[in-house]
Design a protein around this ligand. Structure first.
Ligand SMILES: NC(=O)c1ccc[n+]([C@@H]2O[C@H](COP(=O)([O-])OP(=O)(O)OC[C@H]3O[C@@H](n4cnc5c(N)ncnc54)[C@H](OP(=O)(O)O)[C@@H]3O)[C@@H](O)[C@H]2O)c1
Length: 386
């Protein structure tokens, strides 16, 4: 067998880690708040396979690399090492712990580019691997998180861990002039973006635990917030309506059964505690779960209480699909971690614009792209409250 650590010298291992980190960053908006991670299986000085964490809730990079290596023509007994930008996880999250898959692969050496900064896990993954007889080398500063995954440092910061709230991703479509509702005679008075951007929304919905909306959107559009292909319909997110006074009509389409091939999560209406027993009963009869939360400013739901409620109900990643009133409140509270703004080719429109907020927000790691006819902006937000 080849001498293991000599197969790829330290400079080459560092270069490989840098490359993996750089490629992993391409998925930053799809995996956050998870870290961007890249991994490679190496035989001799040859990279047999690479793998990346590509979407929140889906397989981790190590697993993808091991699977791709298994599909290659290099036999398992020739795999010398696994190179991975971040310490492999040792606890079960949405997926089983990666250390188990690494140990099961029979690989004898693991090279790691950074430690998990979460004080609850830091170093544990390396320890489990060592106890299983695997040689582990930590290459300090080879894949630093402040370059590969700055968002993950914010997510695992002490303040954030102390006041836990879900990662909040807001998405809106706007016209060329910045309105969130098109002119009444365009797109049924509702649609601004084209089919490509709307198909992406289905994928985004299948990568969150909850979709949150406001009663304004429910009353204006009667949306369903279901997941349809190309989104994954296996575990649709819960649908949460922020409705201080429980004005959601019991006959809303939210309560109708999903159509063939689509899926809809449980509908939860959050109102101010004790606001109206008859309306609460009517919504329950329609199929909703109704929860009473404290009121905040303007006799509206207190968003901090909403965030805590979501966290306590197992929600870690939220997609906010609402109108300007609720999105504005989320901005005010500093609760937005990430945004996607789709600008369609429609002119004019109705309602308030979020243009001013966008212009003054501190956008991080911004990416501008196109989807069909639409312009798409993705970014993280600086200064999100923790
Ligand atoms: N282009 C897009 O991406 C997009 C997406 C969704 C909607 N829309 C459009 O947006 C329009 C509706 O906008 P909207 O602003 O009226 O609806 P919204 O933002 O969805 O809902 C606003 C309502 O949420 C409730 N709410 C509960 N707690 C709140 C809080 N802490 N802060 C703020 N609001 C809170 C308030 O009603 P209570 O006080 O009664 O609780 C408020 O009136 C529609 O025309 C729809 O088509 C566009």
């Amino acid at each position: 067998m080849r001498g293991v650590l000599e197969t790829l010298d330290e400079a080459a291992r560092r270069t490989l880690l840098e490359e993996l980190g750089e490629s992993a960053r391409a998925f930053r908006f799809d995996v956050a708040p998870n870290p961007c991670v890249g991994a490679a299986v190496v035989a001799g000085s040859e990279v047999v396979a690479r793998g990346f964490h590509e979407a929140w809730g889906e397989d981790h990079a190590e697993l993808r690399a091991l699977r791709a290596a298994a599909a290659s023509d290099v036999p398992r007994n020739e795999w010398d090492m696994l190179v991975v930008t971040l310490e492999p996880c040792s606890s079960r999250g949405k997926t089983p712990p990666c250390v188990d898959a690494i140990i099961a692969s029979g690989i004898k050496t693991v090279i790691v580019g950074a430690l998990d900064p979460d004080p609850r896990h830091r170093g544990q993954g390396l320890e489990v691997l060592r106890q299983a007889g695997i040689e582990v080398e930590l290459l300090h500063n080879a894949a630093p998180l402040d370059i590969v995954s700055p968002h993950f440092l914010r997510w695992t910061s002490r303040d954030r861990l102390r006041r836990a709230r879900p990662w909040t991703l807001v998405k809106w479509a706007q016209t060329l002039t910045g309105q969130l509702s098109p002119p009444q005679d365009v797109g049924d008075g509702r649609w601004i973006s084209g089919p490509e951007a709307r198909a992406e929304v289905q994928i985004m919905r299948s990568h969150v635990d909850a979709i949150v909306t406001g009663i304004g959107t429910v009353l204006a559009d009667d949306p369903r917030f279901t997941v349809r292909p190309p989104g994954n319909t296996d575990a649709p997110p819960m649908r949460v309506v922020l409705d201080s006074l429980l004005k959601t009509p019991p006959e809303s389409r939210l309560f109708t059964a999903p159509g063939p091939g689509e899926a809809g999560g449980v509908v939860r209406v959050l109102g101010i505690v004790g606001v109206s027993l008859p309306r609460e009963r009517a919504l329950r009869n329609a199929g909703a779960e109704v929860h009473g939360l404290p009121g905040g400013k303007d006799k509206r739901l207190d968003l901090r209480a909403v965030q805590t409620w979501l966290w306590e109900h197992g929600v870690r990643r939220v997609l906010l699909e609402a109108g300007p009133a609720l999105i504005g409140s989320y901005f005010d509270e500093g609760f937005i971690d990430q945004l996607r703004v789709v600008t369609g080719s429609v002119r004019g429109g109705r309602g308030e614009s979020l243009g001013e907020r966008l212009a003054t927000a501190r956008l991080l790691e911004r990416r501008d792209g196109e989807l069909g006819e639409d312009a798409v902006l993705d970014a993280f937000l600086e200064g999100a409250e923790s």
